[in-house]
Design a protein around this ligand. Sequence first.
Ligand code: GLC
Length: 557
Amino acid sequence: MKLAFLVLSMVCLDSLSSAQNRTRPWYDNAVIYEIYPRSFADTNGDGIGDLNGITAHLDYLKDLGVDAIWITPFFPSPNADFGYDVSDYVNVAPEYGTLQDWDNLVSSAKKRGIRVLVDFVVNHTSDQHAWFKESRSARDNPKRDWYVWKSGGGPTQPPTHWTSIFGGYTWTWDAATAQWYYHIFLPQQPDVNWASPGLRNAMFDVVRFWLNHGASGFRLDATPYLFEDPAFPEDPHPPQPGGPAALEPYNSGRPENHDVLRQMRKILEGYPGDPVLLGESSTATIQDLAKVYGEKHDEIQLPMDFLFGNLKTLDAAVFKKQVDAAQLELGGQTPVFFFSSHDHPRQWSTFGDGVNNDQIAKLTSALTLAQRGCVLMYYGEELGMGTMSLAQLEAVPIGPKRPRADDRDGERTPMQWDAGQNAGFGTGSPWLPVESSYRRYNVENEKADVGSIYSWYAKLLKLRHESAAFREGAYVALESGNRDVFVFGRKAGAKEIALVVLNTSPKQQIVSVTGISGAWPNFAHVLMASPAAKAPSSPHFTIGPYGVLITASFFPE
Ligand code: GLC
């Protein structure tokens, strides 16, 4: 009787989920692989990766199973912030190649079913951009209002005492026209003024340019900071010098942002193939994150969830809380999970305990890749690449290849392709040294080893494509009865329900699952497990240290 009820309710869910499937866009379940082009593969021996290096490895990415790649800035730039200070939005920096290389990369990727996203730095340009040069040339220059200029109280008195994310005040005095310009990041990164129609149109032309060149959308840099409070109030709680200065009510998450993002989304909608906006959209709360999708879900389709991405300790209870929020409190919109990036230390080092790192890498991969939603991977994550140590970093000279030191260099080391010279990155000495683990953790070794981190990732990505539960299944919040174990379900109608069990502790744990309505399904089929484990025949079972267990139950049609 109970089982009959379960099957019946699943049949109803099944028709609902197939109705939803027909309208689900590609990015709803996509794995987007972030590539730092300087460090991926160097084809011309100058020690700096290039676009052709990415093209040369597209088969690797296809075999791994990613749906799209996001390439961090490859535009001309003085590199005060490694490309996030753009001096020409519609060109390719010579060290990365040419526009033709870009076109070739996009068409080669499309042939393999891989989409390519451009990193669009929307909040600021380089101070070397022609727009800024014009803007700073005279107070009555037509581009003066493309940036944010204020007089303050003269050269010693900035308009406000707001603190920049990279330290110091957000204002730099420009003697030529005797005014201050605003920058939430470095002084070499002046903020553009989105309230200016001229600037806005010029930025939208950039969007059209890359869409016309085959981009499948954009990763939007620093989206919270597009506008400032027009009253420019004083900071009532000034941060300590050198302390963090993010997400202040006067300089982030302003209501004016919505209008810009809606307009940008409209432009995307005029292009085929469902182009997407992936937002670097930090928020203080899940409610604020929900607003980034737009009131009518007509703004950013994929705002990155920093509330999840900033978690730095392995704690099942904390993960469950954050994942439940992302899955259940975003109004059904697509959550975006990630751990590592060019700004975040690599997860193998963050979560590793020094003894069980490889098992922990498999565990953290399942924390993101078994979820409903979009998942971002960072190049080399699938190998267990680590963050380069400070000692190694300090030994690297500053020079033309490495124009300045950056405390994020540790997570930007060359991709580890093999155990040979420069880890197969290229023939020239790389701009950053290869991380010391490369002899063991590299593509060649790991592809040949069924127990490797790479093989685990490839299998998990395959599961996301092939199993209905992981491709389109709803998230089912469950309880494990144990604060060290995070359990959830993925349910694709009557056909398939999968169980995901994650032990974040170094000890074997006892689990007692509640939350599945009706009889306990027959989970006889183990889809993936590390360490090896049997499928649970009842809600009560054990799971090994840092264990991952993914099982499926199939119901008769
Ligand atoms: C974003 C980028 C980061 C950069 C900053 C300023 O946070 O991810 O790398 O430094 O914007 O552009």
